[in-house]
Design a protein around this ligand. Structure first.
Ligand code: ADP
Ligand code: NA
Length: 345
């Protein structure tokens, strides 16, 4: 029998940047390495979530494949971790519907991600009728699908960043509501909070690195070549002091580069220590060190990513996903048998 079940998901929105990698994906690999063989690991490319905003169908298909390639490239082992598309397992959607019959509307409307997607401040009052009509139901009920993703696999642990902890709280609320109505059938998941690794934009160091920033130089993708990484660092915003020091208040840009360097430092040195180590360097030389360190780490990931994508012209990725989806369906079907029985379906 399985003692622990770990589930997490990522949207197919193109090749991840360093923020996604350090803030989320790297933790998945660490969990694979540290968990016992009795732990079931499920990592999903959540394509049903992606379509809550308009997508180009051809691109979405491409990004899904790239998503599996990414998970393989960063070190997830398909023999050990179940890798699959959310839409390959219909039980995610089925459980979502069942959960939605006991989930609270009030709770959902108070959630901040919903408000941020509407560009409303966190303390905004309930929606005005005029803004409601443009909004899609799927965007509103998104957290119920997220709850179903987790609960359908009876996940005991879910690794997420701070920004997702509210959604996990809602998943536990869904368990409480369902179990109150039908008896103790669903398992309440625990949060594994990813180590806080906020990666900042290379162009606007006060903002998080994000795919939504228009300047592609603001982010490093995990498939960037050494040359691209060097170019992005060369043009990274800094200040007019041509030396290195860790001083987040007065030198945010240089301090962000030191933080980035620290995340990849083989000796695990802090940004403060690295600031002292490199104090005598000019910014040009320092940026070269940062670029070299990052590209040393990403080099095997990039190579593996291209290998995996090219293998059989995508057939290998499709094969990994098919096997993962089969295992994920078995995992979900076991829960659905319990749920259907409890509800009387
Ligand atoms: P983006 O901001 O590029 O749209 P997402 O919102 O799709 O990224 O985030 C996917 C995952 O990556 C989330 O778990 C999020 O916490 C993490 N993440 C995204 N950007 C960063 C960042 N700059 N620093 C740390 N983690 C990040
Ligand atoms: Na985001």
């Amino acid at each position: 029998s399985t003692d622990h079940v770990i589930f997490s998901g990522i949207q197919p929105t193109g090749v991840p940047h360093l923020g996604n990698y350090l803030g989320a994906l790297q933790q998945w690999v660490k969990l694979q390495e540290s968990s016992s063989t009795a732990t079931r690991l499920l990592y999903s490319i959540v394509d049903l979530h992606a379509i809550t905003i308009p997508q180009d169908p051809r691109l979405l298909k491409q990004w899904k494949r790239e998503g599996i390639a990414t998970l393989l490239a960063i070190g997830l082992d398909p023999e050990r971790s179940i890798l699959f598309y959310q839409s390959s397992v219909p039980a995610h959607s089925e459980l979502m519907w069942i959960l939605s019959t006991t989930a609270s509307m009030g709770y959902l409307s108070r959630m901040t991600q919903w408000k941020s997607k509407l560009s409303l401040p966190e303390d905004a009052s309930p929606l005005e009728e005029s803004s409601k009509s443009k909004l899609k139901l799927g965007l509103f009920s998104y957290p119920v699908l997220q709850a179903a993703d987790i609960l359908v696999h009876r996940a005991t642990h879910v690794p997420v960043g701070e920004d997702q902890s509210q959604h996990l709280e809602f998943s536990r609320e869904c368990v409480t509501n369902f179990n109150h109505a039908y008896g103790p059938r669903l398992v309440s998941p625990k949060t594994i909070l990813s180590p806080a690794k906020r990666v900042m934009s290379l162009q606007e160091p006060h903002l998080k690195m994000s795919k939504s920033h228009s300047d592609p130089r603001s982010r490093i993708l995990i498939t960037d070549s050494a040359k691209e990484i060097h170019q992005k660092l060369k043009t990274a915003l800094t200040d007019s002091i041509n030396s290195v020091s860790y001083d987040p208040d007065n030198r945010p840009a240089v301090s962000n580069l030191l933080q980035l360097l620290s995340h990849f430092d083989a000796q695990g040195r802090s940004p403060e220590e690295l600031g002292k180590v490199h104090a005598n360097l000019g910014l040009g030389a320092f940026k070269k060190i940062v670029a070299d360190t990052i590209s040393d780490h990403l080099d095997p990931i990039r190579k593996r990513w291209h290998e995996v994508m090219q293998e059989g012209n995508g057939a290998y990725v499709d094969h990994v996903e098919r096997i993962g989806a089969k295992k994920a369906r078995d995992s979900a079907d076991a829960t659905m048998a319990i749920v259907r029985e409890a509800v009387g379906l």
